[in-house]
Structure formats: C-alpha cells, structure tokens
Write a protein that binds this ligand. Structure first.
Ligand code: RIB
Ligand code: CA
Length: 324
C-alpha cells in the first residue's frame, strides 16, 4: 500500500489532538513528524500538548519540533481557550517526551528536500496558523519541489467567519502566511469552515471514544468535553465541529468529501484582514490554485474517527489510569 508521507503542522488545540491521534491510528499515513506553531495557545504550551499526544498514543518515536512563536507581521491573537494553555495532567497524562532540537522550519525544509531528491514527495497537513510553512517556503524556495500537497484547515467562503465576522481563526492569526502559502504554487486542498462545520460531534461520539479507545480515547473525550465546541445558535443542533481532523480523514477516506478546483485568496491587511475568497463561479482572472472542499459525509466522518481511535487505543491502559 502506498502510504502518505505526512508532516502535521499544528497548534494543539483540541481538534488538532483529534487530527494527530487519527493520523497515528491510520496505516495509510506515515507520520514523519509534528511541527508546532503558536496559535490556539502559546508555542511552549502547544509543544507540550503535542508531546503529550504522541506519548499517550505510545508513539514517542514520532518527533515533535518547535516552530514560530508568533505570526509573520500582524499582532498575535490566540485561540478561544488560550487561557487554558497546556492540557492539564488530569486531561492528558504528563510525559517526559520533549521536542527535538531542530526548528520546525528546518525540519520541514530538510524533509521536503529529501523528498524532492527521492521522488517520494511529502504531504503537509496545515491545521494551525501557516507561519512555519510560509517561512520554509520563503527561506528555502527549493523545498516546494518536495511537497506533493498542503492540506489546509482554514478559510471561510460561503460560511461566515467565527473569530471575526469575516475570518476563520488559522487565517486570521497569520494572514500574510496564508497568502504566501496559497500563492506558492504548491497544490492545495482546503477544508474551510463551510465544510468543517457540516460534521458535529456530540456526547454519543465522546462516549464512543472513551468506551472503545482506551486511554487515548478517554483523553480525547475529556478534551472535547473540557473545551466545549457546541453552538446551538450557529449550528441549530447539538454538537461541535472537529475542524482539523477532516484534513487527515481526507487522506484516509477521500470519498467522504467533495470539492471544486477554485481560485482562492486572502486579504492580508486593513479592516478585513483575514478575509478569504473563493471564485467558485470563475468571475476573476485568477487561475484555480486549490481544491476547495464543499461537502462532507458527516456520518462517515464521525464513524471513521470513532473507529480509528478505537483501533489506536483499545490496548493502551497503563497502570494507575482507570481506562474503564
Ligand atoms: O478555525 C479553526 C482552526 O483554528 C482549528 O485549526 C483550530 O484548532 C484553530 O487552530
Ligand atoms: Ca488547529
């Protein structure tokens, strides 16, 4: 089986946690490493969260790298739950796993160069502010040749923004980085809020994670309960989205999603910085630069995540942790 060779660039983050665990649970993916960026929370907390996640999945072999502590140009804005910082030990057990010395940007550049030389290109799942990836492309332009695709959770087109009325958080947090990545010429697959909000996870799913997923499943359920993502006013029904996990689910079960090749862009400054547009009707002179996902099979996505977390964690029940 051809496996995707994947780097996850992330700002964990609860939905990032689901994406990372899903990648670790999926034999279709060779997870080369996790590059961390400040976003939901500060860089130090994000790195600690990533280390906890590979540890709870019993995969300390998957290297974690620290990247950008702040956006390229704009002032820093953290996520909705920034006050929480690192996942508490009560939510995800403490670990002695530590990040590697190399920076995220060098890690991305090194892996992309190796891929260009070998012909086995890499996929980047960009599920936080795209600062690390923009820096890698800016500082080492040759690395684009080693990247097969960047699968981005970001943007809002027909959906309203959620961090501001006009912007989705990952783009809002670093619009200049998104602009660099989206105009790099590297093939893009985009999961905007328009599609990530079509799949809402609720208590039924959380019970599935904790009943079948061992300690990793229990930790994921704890995180999803601790950081409530539901919004009845917005969604009209119970449950909340797990935005980032869709990027990994697409690699594993692409048939769950449908999209359209489209020109996309982002406003980088001024009063609507972070606004994103998609030319679905071909009205602009811009060439299509992204496969923008528009529909998701909610039931299939929810079932995939519960089943894969079960596969990952069913036998992970260390002493001292009641995984029942
Ligand atoms: O807008 C949702 C995105 O912002 C997700 O990646 C979430 O983790 C936050 O980074
Ligand atoms: Ca994220």
């Amino acid at each position: 089986m051809n496996r995707w060779r994947v780097i996850i660039d992330t700002d964990p983050g609860v939905d990032d946690a689901a994406a990372i665990l899903l990648a670790l649970a999926s034999s279709e993916i060779e997870l080369l490493g996790i590059s961390v960026v400040a976003g939901n929370v500060g860089l130090e907390a994000s790195v600690r969260n990533a280390c906890k996640l590979v540890a709870v999945a019993r995969r300390p072999d998957v290297p974690v790298y620290a990247g950008a502590a702040r956006p390229l140009v704009r002032d820093q804005v953290f996520g909705k739950y920034a006050n929480v910082g690192a996942f508490s030990d009560a939510l995800v057990p403490a670990t002695d796993v530590r990040p590697r010395q190399l920076s995220s940007v060098r890690f991305i550049a090194d892996k992309a160069r190796e891929a260009a030389a070998s012909g086995h290109k890499i996929t980047i799942c960009a599920i936080g502010p795209q600062t690390n990836i923009a820096l890698a492309l800016l500082l080492h332009p040759d690395v684009a040749a080693g990247i097969e695709q960047i699968v981005v959770m970001g943007g809002a087109f027909s959906a309203l923004g959620h961090r501001t009325a006009w912007s989705e958080y990952n783009v809002h947090a670093d619009p200049h980085a998104a602009d660099i990545v989206w105009n790099s010429g590297v093939p893009l697959v985009l999961f905007p809020l328009d599609v990530t909000m079509q799949a809402l996870f609720s208590e039924e799913d959380f019970r599935g994670f904790e009943a079948r997923g061992g300690l990793p499943g229990k930790c994921l359920a704890r995180l999803l309960r601790a950081y409530d993502r539901s919004d009845i006013a917005r969604y009209g029904r119970p449950g909340g989205p797990i935005h980032d996990a869709m990027t990994v689910a697409w690699l594993v079960r692409p048939e769950l999603f449908q999209g359209q090749m489209t020109a996309i862009g982002v406003t980088v400054d001024g009063p609507t910085a972070g606004h994103t547009w998609a030319d679905f009707y071909g009205r602009s002179h811009h060439a299509a630069n992204a496969m923008v996902m528009k529909t998701a099979n909610e039931a299939g996505f929810r079932q995939l995540l519960v089943e894969r977390i079960a596969n990952l964690g069913a036998n992970i029940t260390p002493a001292g942790e009641n995984a029942a």
